[in-house]
Design a protein around this ligand. Structure first.
Ligand SMILES: Cc1ncc(COP(=O)(O)O)c(C=O)c1O
Length: 341
């Protein structure tokens, strides 16, 4: 994020996108230069996205391109996904900005724990149920096979069930078409790309007024970038952060939620991705401030409906930076515990 000035040596664990590796940046520039020469700025891309981008992204994601629509990202696609409903049920914990967008559009938003959802206690056939899988933000929790089967039986209990695959790069796996999938490139590329997708979209979607997706030349450049392996240059394929997670927890000497002594290995394996939720005692804003003063930037749990925690997100950070961060976090939490008793 421009405009944020950290002390030299600050380790940023807020999930800031790292700069692209040079081969990816050069490939992107070449693709964009070529597409700018061919497309006219006044042409409006088709409502569901440029066919070339739908084909390239569909192939990359292993999703039928005919049923794939290009969007400007997950938050931008929320209004369409709410159509026919006035109530959004978000699984807790979650990325709360989705609730902010929904409330802004006049929808009622409620939060529900995964257990309650799976037990059928949240069911409402006028509501959209929204879960994130795999690697839910903020704690990395994914749904197990039995949970996905159970969720499938709940499809008729809601207006629709949306599965947010923002973190699918960590555990790519096909999902049943009974769920509406929504995704974004922003965790790979950074939010500046302004590209996401919805799958499957009904035929009626194509008749809706155009709302976005980026301009045509941008979409064409991205199609060429994907075909030339650009997303793989950014992601590795798939990204395996499991070992780093264990290593980081070891350095911290304390488990994130979903780990810890009372938790079995099959439950623990549901957690993946490059972020974890760490319980803290006392005032969460105080802990966030004290960590920043000691050279580690983290996100407050309350931004994800998880008060009493901080979220550590390490995509793009080196092992050396994680070691430095762990030492500083341990110092701050030890001092904080001494002070708050
Ligand atoms: C679960 C989840 N969904 C969506 C987003 C944002 O996606 P977009 O930028 O495409 O709106 C984030 C970003 O942190 C996220 O964590």
């Amino acid at each position: 994020m421009r405009g944020v000035t950290d002390q030299p040596g600050t380790v940023d664990l807020t999930g800031r996108t790292p700069p692209w590796p040079r081969p990816a940046a050069e490939l992107w520039r070449a693709c964009l230069t070529r597409s700018l020469a061919g497309e006219e700025p006044w042409e409006v891309p088709p409502r569901a996205g440029h066919p070339e981008l739908r084909a390239a992204l569909g192939e990359h994601l292993d999703l039928d391109p005919d049923a794939l629509a290009i969007t400007s990202g997950v938050r931008a696609s929320l209004p369409y996904l709410m159509s026919g409903s006035t109530r959004l049920i978000l699984e807790r914990p979650t990325f709360l900005e989705l609730g902010v967008v929904a409330r802004g559009a006049g929808h009622r938003v409620t939060l529900a724990e995964l257990d309650a959802v799976l037990a059928g206690r949240a069911a409402d056939d006028t509501a959209v149920l929204w879960l994130t899988h795999p690697a839910r933000n903020p704690d990395g929790r994914s749904l197990g096979a039995a949970e996905l089967d159970r969720l499938l039986t709940l499809v008729p209990a809601y207006r629709r069930i949306v599965v947010n695959r923002t973190y699918q790069w960590y555990r790519p796996a096909a999902l049943p078409a009974a769920f509406i999938q929504v995704g974004t490139l922003h965790k790979l590329t950074g939010g500046g790309m302004r590209v996401g997708w919805i799958w499957p979209v009904p035929a009626s979607y194509h008749g809706l007024p155009a709302d976005g997706g980026p301009p045509g030349p941008w979409q064409l450049a991205l199609a060429a970038f994907i075909r030339a392996g650009g997303l793989r240059l950014l992601s590795g394929n798939p990204i395996d952060e499991q070992a780093r997670r264990r290593h980081f927890e070891g350095l911290l000497g304390r488990p994130g939620t979903g780990s810890g002594s009372g938790i079995g290995s099959s439950e623990r394996d549901l957690y993946c991705g490059a972020q974890l939720l760490l319980p803290v005692t006392g005032s969460e804003p105080d802990v966030v401030r004290a960590l920043a003063a000691n050279g580690v930037r983290v996100s407050p749990g309350r931004a994800f409906a998880a008060p009493g925690h901080v979220r550590l997100s390490w995509a793009g950070r080196t092992d050396g930076q994680l070691a430095v961060a762990a030492t500083r976090i341990n110092e701050v939490l030890a001092a904080h515990t001494r002070r708050t008793g």
